[in-house]
Design a protein around this ligand. Structure first.
Ligand code: AMP
Length: 279
């Protein structure tokens, strides 16, 4: 397993693999890897001859008041996890390698990015689409792996790949959780002991409502209000949004029919956490 910092090194390596006729998978991450990332890497290793993991805290997807400066980083830990999972290359560029001083081209989307997380994080998906486009152009993978944990991101990337004819298969992977239900996230490290307990309100309220939907509840207003009521019982929690939309086109719904995404974003103290289920 190699760690490289430059676009040229990635291109040279991928060119060698291609000469041998090998397939290539890409797992884009911001590092501080956990079992959620690992599940994507393991799936990529299974599906492809060679796997590249990008490990890059992308400044472009953070708003001015967000946690770019404090986002956790640990490349040594990441390298061990990636190697043990059987991937071949970590691409860990500095921001200057990805964005030259006069950088001025962006990938922006006119649908899918305005609602859910896009409301609170208006420039987020422009940053995500731009960096993922660059990674696709650098690595030229056959397949790329994204977690359902970031369901809107998965929908956005699938749409972008279709719009821009990337010819890359986008593989969605299920949410990996802690034993008590909390969705694994690099940001869980921000939580104090008390906040960690409070954070359980996200998965608990979702599981409870999912069960009700499976038992026949269809009215979206009732579903949203049930989840809100449950979350509001937790004093450390402050709701950003609770929404039920169609999947994967993220349109507003009044009743549950066809595939739906039930997604929530909640501040626990200062930490913004997201969770969801697709039904
Ligand atoms: P991040 O490093 O947070 O940008 O995440 C990189 C990729 O890992 C994204 O596609 C995420 O959706 C995915 N991911 C993060 N946490 C989880 C999780 N708990 N389960 C499954 N996938 C995850």
């Amino acid at each position: 397993m190699k760690i490289v910092k430059t676009i040229k090194e990635v291109r040279d390596q991928v060119r060698e693999w291609r000469k041998e006729g090998l397939s290539v998978g890409l797992v884009p991450t911001m590092g501080y890897l956990h079992e959620g990332h690992e599940s994507l890497i393991l799936k990529a290793v299974k599906d492809n001859d060679r796997v590249v993991v990008s490990d890059f805290v992308n400044p472009m997807q953070f708003g001015p008041t967000e946690d770019l400066a404090t986002y956790p980083r640990d490349l040594d830990h990441d390298a061990r996890l990636v190697e043990n999972a059987g991937a071949d290359l970590i691409f860990n560029p500095e921001p200057e390698e990805m964005y030259l001083d006069d950088f001025s081209s962006f990938v922006d989307m006119s649908t899918l990015t305005g609602g859910l997380c896009g409301k609170t994080r208006p420039i987020h998906f422009r940053g995500v689409c731009t960096v993922v486009s660059k990674l696709f152009n650098i690595v030229t993978p056959d397949r790329a792996y994204f977690g359902e944990k970031d369901a809107q991101q998965l929908a956005v990337i699938k749409h972008m790949v279709s719009d821009l004819s990337y010819g890359i298969e986008i593989v969605g992977c299920p949410i990996i959780r802690e034993a008590d239900g909390l969705a694994k996230s690099s940001r869980n490290t921000y939580l104090s002991e008390e906040e960690r307990k409070a954070a359980l309100v996200l998965s608990k309220s979702l599981f409870e409502e999912k069960k009700k939907i499976e038992e026949g509840l269809k009215d979206v207003k009732t579903i949203v209000s049930d989840i809100r009521t449950n979350i509001e019982k937790e004093p450390l929690a402050k709701i950003d949004y609770v929404e039920v939309v169609s999947w994967p086109d993220l349109k507003a719904k009044e009743t549950v029919d066809g595939q739906v995404l039930c997604a929530i974003a909640v501040y626990i103290g200062k930490t913004r956490l997201i969770d969801n289920f697709i039904l």
